[in-house]
Write a new protein. Structure first.
Length: 321
């Protein structure tokens, strides 16, 4: 079911269609970004995507199978960028088709470097049996420090334009609500887990201060901090007012109050009496749902979030001199 609302088939996205980064690319008149790890049919002349699902800022001492978190933490992605930066120019110098599918040398100083990461670091703390207070006071400062290092390293490599998203209200996501031990008193009037949302806000406060620090230390950088938390929270709280019918219930999944089961994900098939049955089905109207698979947002929600971002002035990060 992934990709069905736009691409017609799975397109490397945990979504029924486009992500926020896809809408950003469209608004800038660019083609969708190819993943750095996708070596077949890719065109990197207009940029590259180093993100992977489940990626944290800070490396997690676990395997993907054990924890669900990607081994491609932010520091690994930065190393991949360094390799891409150097290798792309070596290969491009060979001429021919490489001049059309790889970026020019000066593209790296003109490029917009976008970041949307941090949510997985916050939930990882819970999987390590840490309290909200422990994650907020011990983990968040270290996570933010590593984020600042990543941005600084890209700046040293020539990057000048940075577009940084804060993290969203994780306490409104079905996988968080279902996985974490929560009491009735933990939920707000909208059905979201307040302790988790407060943790996200704590992270965002530290991230915003980090941006202030980076602006001071990286004198030639243009850094835009984007408050996606407010856009996402608005969508969860006033879903119906924005044309959505499902706010906390997953569109694609199976069972339970939130149509989410960590053992039966979107697109999952099971074998019953020797017969394969498709049970991780998508809802009939994904364009009316906020959450796609319990973890990620639908294309319609991503479009709403992007439109909110646009209202703040997307060109701020592109044309500041």
């Amino acid at each position: 079911p992934h990709g069905a609302s736009f691409f017609g088939s799975p397109a490397g996205r945990y979504c029924d269609g486009r992500l926020v980064i896809d809408f950003i690319a469209e608004s800038l008149g660019l083609s969708y970004l190819s993943a750095f790890l996708d070596s077949v049919g890719s065109n990197f002349s207009h940029g590259a995507n180093f993100a992977t699902a489940g990626s944290p800022i800070r490396a997690i001492n676990s395997t993907l199978r054990q924890s669900g978190f990607s081994p491609f933490s932010l520091d690994v992605q930065v190393v991949q960028f360094f390799n891409f930066h150097d290798r792309s120019q070596t290969v491009r110098s060979r001429g021919g088709i490489y001049t059309t599918i790889l970026p020019e040398a000066d593209s790296f100083s003109k490029a917009l470097y976008t970041f949307d990461i941090g949510q997985n670091d916050l939930t990882a703390g819970y999987f390590a049996n840490k309290t909200v207070e422990q994650v907020g006071t011990v983990d968040v400062p270290e996570i933010i420090s590593q984020f600042k290092t990543a941005v600084t390293n890209i700046y040293k490599q020539g990057g000048r334009y940075f577009w940084i998203h804060n993290t969203g209200p994780i306490g409104c996501l079905p996988y968080v609500i279902e996985w974490f031990p929560l009491k009735a008193s933990d939920f707000d009037s909208h059905g979201c887990a307040s302790p988790l949302n407060h943790l996200a806000q704590r992270f965002n406060y530290a991230l915003k201060q980090a941006v202030v620090d980076l602006r001071a230390s990286l004198s030639e950088a243009a850094i835009t901090y984007v408050d996606v938390y407010s856009a996402k929270h608005e969508l969860f709280v006033h879903a119906q007012g924005h044309g959505f019918k499902r706010s906390l219930v997953s569109c694609c999944g199976h069972g339970g109050k939130y149509n989410y089961n960590k053992h039966i994900g979107c697109g999952k098939k099971v074998v019953v009496k020797g017969k394969e049955i498709y049970i991780g089905k998508p809802c009939d109207e994904p364009d009316k749902a906020v959450v796609w698979d319990g973890v990620h947002f639908t294309q319609a929600a991503n479009k709403f979030i992007f439109d909110k971002i646009i209202a703040t002035g997307l060109s701020m990060a592109c044309h500041r001199h």
